[in-house]
Design a protein around this ligand. Sequence first.
Ligand code: KIV
Length: 273
Amino acid sequence: MSVTAEHKNTKVTVQVMRKMKAAGEKISMLTAYDFTMAGLLDQAGVDAILVGDSAGNVMAGYDTTLPVTLEQIIYHGASVRRGVKRALLVVDMPFGTCCGNPYESLSNAVAIMKGTGAEALKIEGGEELLQDIKKIIAAGIPVMGHLGLMPQSVHQYGGFGLRAKSDTEAEKLKRDALLLQEAGCFAITLEKVPASLAGEIAASLSIPIIGIGAGGRVDGQVLVVQDMLGMNRDFSPKFVRKYADLSFAITQAVSGYISDVKSLEFPSAEESY
Ligand code: KIV
């Protein structure tokens, strides 16, 4: 029996995620930012739900995740919490809140944990943030690392392209991943790196590697839910598979509503008091 089938009616915890990697069972993770979507994903049985700072893109319409504040992630996290029973709930630390000052980072981490009811935090960064990450883990907070393309560093890269193409960057990535495991991270998200490199890292570490644009040889996958549901016609990167065309479905439904309102088809007598 698979680890998640065995734990079907119990919470997915960081320990369950470790067991899943050990058993070779792939981990499914999706983002959510609100109560309704979180409930749907949880009922469908997704293993982990990430309240990503991609909220800045898909909820607020910013070009980057940089404007997302501590208060905003807490609002989204608390909303998602109320919809989630089974999945592991992970919340992102927004840009500037895990910042090279371990005491300030811990204080921000505690604020997110208290304000949302999250079970883990995700932090973008490797060696440079190791002291902050260790301080947060020492306080009892499970941390998921995030390496490869780190969208909070977009201005350093000059865009959202593939990372770790050069040997130097690939070596740093491997070193950072090992350091995060040694620091006590329970998992790492690996974004937009060559599949062979991601597979090598997943095979060499004992903690789960959750990929996005990192190929199929990792321990699990994460996607932004609006992307995989096809809610944004203008965003179709290679690594996104669209499992629905909600952009079309929603536009059709809203057109039907508009037409019924204009033609007095809605509301009917049955829909009136
Ligand atoms: O913010 C986010 O949604 C993320 C995922 C894309 C991994 O970090």
